[in-house]
Design a protein around this ligand. Structure first.
Ligand code: HEC
Ligand code: HEC
Length: 611
């Protein structure tokens, strides 16, 4: 299920045809010059994995539907293999086999390496929105855990039989996971709310669930320390103060930290955090980290501020209590303790090749970058292919993910609107003319079709809203040009809702959802306000949720499309489930005087989940 209309594919259906026929580009072949359609596509590597023998790197090319195999001896792409839509993670099972999660196809593919070329040997259907993969070799037979972000589960796959043998329920929107080195714990990072789950990796029994100090969200890939006693990950932190220049500057709106959590059930007070932001220059959208094999270095990729932080792990002392707002003084006292390596683009993943060399997957620059860590320098850039000049959508995407557009680089549009959707946090953006009126970040999928905008519906122009977000929400010192707004608008147009996993094959409604559909339009009269395809309207209403503090009293009904992808609801995020929305805050009997039976309510919710 394609979430995003791919920039270059959307540009021309002819290109699509060419790619389909070509059977996948072979960028490493010297004699055959690449066909135009093949160079045109953005690759957008989302992660990178190194083969156990160190010979190859493999990248999950998110918007190209491919995996690139990079020969690390010659630092070139040896082969690129079309494997399916929305590759989100790739892992090596051994030197010959890889597993790739295909977010938009709802399956994982097993690839085989044959004469320095990749081929798909099996696809395994796993369920909605597979993202992170973690392998568990200490079990017999070996298993793979796959995070299913769409249905809040981890699928367990027997790697030998290729069967899904278990499903583990976890929190909202699980994205990345890890297995501890001793094979005892499965760690799953969930996004809404930002929680870490620990399960017994052998029995799949629930062990603990921890929220992150000061509201961590958009949690990055967890790294387990060698003795399996702790797990570390990067994330932004919602500091919950109003979005004003003064607060942004102090790191009080969103800051960026590493969190260290004892395994298996580290209490809240046992968490340690390390601030990554320097005064005047924050580490926007810190997202992945890696330790060098000799433990000398700790590196963190920052997608928003386009850099790799290189920290001397031998000097580093994690703060014992409150991490404060900035990087600890100890790291600033010595020049070599913390260095910033400029990478450009959007660095999203990082691994070590050896104790001196790191490799970064750079999404927006379609490349791998090799870094000499001691020298804090990029020593080589390996292009994965891509257009010479970025399309308008891609330019908009670059602005959307650019934390340097915000004051002192603290955060980007993406920090709040995760990948154009929502990170499920609330903020006081002051656009509603008042303080202390926190609003849930709305999804931007389908946003071009659902005016008026903002929860109160006071904004009638989307370009004006985008301009205001760029200028005011980010408190930018940049001039915002008409071209910037046009590019972001193009990017927003490319964001679509995914198909609901609650529908039957072919998109057909279940019997229960069909009964709910009849209620929605009939007895429950939801369609009075939630109209048309997007289930919204151009009007605003009071529905009993307004407060005296609000400058605007009414709300615009949010579009109900893609409801299944949200885990918080209503303007201030007061409800965590649709059940709660309809039984506690937005009850049908209050809206229309019609009380629904428990069964009718279940039918209605089944319908809402299928929108
Ligand atoms: C600090 C978090 C934050 C950042 C950063 C942020 N937004 Fe938002 N955005 C919000 C919140 C909260 C709302 C809802 C505001 C309201 O309704 O009062 C919102 C609303 C919107 C809307 C209206 C959506 C609708 O359906 O009504 C658009 C469009 C939007 N943002 C685009 C952007 C763009 C583009 C950027 C980057 C330039 C951006 N936002 C940065 C938090 C953020
Ligand atoms: C009088 C107009 C009106 C009617 C009738 C109505 N709604 Fe709403 N609905 C709204 C408004 C306005 C909001 C936003 C309120 C807020 O966030 O405080 C809303 C919010 C919602 C939300 C939350 C969506 C989100 O993303 O947070 C859901 C779900 C919803 N309505 C479903 C329904 C259902 C189901 C019915 C029928 C039983 C219904 N509504 C009837 C106006 C209406």
């Amino acid at each position: 299920m394609t979430i995003r209309v791919l920039a270059t594919l959307a540009a021309s259906t002819v290109l699509c045809g060419l790619i389909a026929q070509s059977g996948g580009p072979q960028a490493g072949e010297e004699k055959e010059s690449p066909k135009p359609a093949e160079i045109e596509r953005d690759r957008s590597p989302y992660c990178v994995a190194i083969s156990p023998n160190g010979r190859f790197a493999a990248t999950a090319n998110h918007t190209a539907g491919s995996v690139s195999l990079v020969d690390l001896k010659i630092n070139r792409v040896a082969h690129e293999h079309r494997c399916g839509n929305g590759p989100a993670d790739v892992v090596w099972i051994d030197d010959q086999r890889l597993m790739v999660s295909l977010r938009d196809d709802d399956n994982v593919a097993l690839l085989q390496l044959d004469n320095d070329r990749l081929k798909t040997i099996k696809t395994i259907s796993v369920g909605d929105e597979p993202r992170g993969i973690a392998l568990h070799f200490k079990s017999s037979p070996p298993r793979a855990f796959v995070a299913l972000a769409g249905i809040d589960q981890v699928a367990v796959i027997d790697i030998q039989s290729h069967k899904v043998i278990q499903r583990i329920p976890v929190g909202g929107i699980p994205r990345s996971l890890a297995v501890s080195h001793d094979g005892r714990w499965l760690i799953t990072c969930c996004n809404v709310p930002g929680n870490v789950y620990v399960h017994d990796a052998a029995t799949y029994k629930f062990v603990s669930q921890r929220s992150i100090f000061d509201e961590g969200f958009n949690l990055g890939r967890p790294i387990v320390l060698p003795d399996s006693s702790q797990v570390v990950f990067a994330s932004p932190i919602n500091r919950t103060f109003p979005v004003t220049l003064n607060n942004i500057e102090k790191g009080w709106v969103i800051d960026n930290r590493l969190t260290k959590l004892p395994l298996p059930d580290g209490k809240y007070w046992q968490q340690k955090q390390l601030g990554l932001d320097t005064r005047g220059k924050a580490a926007g959208d810190a997202n992945a980290l890696a330790y060098s094999p000799d433990r000398k270095w700790l590196v963190v990729s920052c997608g928003g501020s386009h850099e790799l932080l290189v920290i001397d792990n031998e000097i580093l002392k994690w703060p014992v209590a409150d991490p404060g707002d900035f990087v600890p003084h100890g790291l600033l006292a010595d020049e070599s303790a913390l260095r910033h390596v400029k990478l450009g683009g959007r660095p999203v993943d990082v691994r070590f090749l050896d104790s001196k060399t790191a490799i970064v997957a750079n999404y927006l620059s379609n490349s791998l970058q090799i870094i000499d860590v001691a020298a804090a320098k990029v020593v080589r850039t390996i292009s994965l292919g891509g257009p010479q000049t970025p399309s308008l959508i891609r330019r908009g995407e670059a602005i959307f993910f650019d934390a340097d557009r915000s004051f002192d680089s603290w955060f980007s549009c993406h920090s709040c609107h995760f990948e154009g959707h929502t990170g499920g946090q609330t903020y006081d953006t002051l656009n509603d003319g008042n303080y202390d009126t926190y609003k849930l970040v709305p999804t931007l999928r389908g946003v071009t079709k659902t005016g008026p905008w903002t929860w109160h519906g006071w904004q009638t122009s989307l370009p004006a809203s985008v301009k205001k977000s760029l200028q005011t929400t980010l408190s930018t010192q940049h001039e915002v040009t008409a071209e910037d707004v046009e590019a972001v608008m193009a990017y927003l147009t490319s964001l679509n809702h995914p198909r609901s996993p609650y529908r039957l094959p072919g998109g057909v409604l279940t019997k229960q959802a069909t009964r709910g559909q009849i209620l929605f339009a009939g007895k429950a009269a939801c369609a009075d306000c939630h109209q048309g395809k997007s289930k919204t309207s151009a009007d605003t209403y009071t529905v009993g949720l307004e407060s005296n503090r609000y400058f605007y009293r009414e709300f615009n009904p949010p579009s109900l499309s893609g409801l299944h992808t949200r885990r918080r609801f209503l303007h201030d995020g007061r409800a965590d489930t649709l059940q709660e929305v309809l039984t506690r805050h937005h009850q049908p009997e209050k809206l229309t005087g019609e009380k629904l039976t428990a069964e009718e309510l279940a039918d209605l919710i089944a319908y809402l989940k299928s929108l």
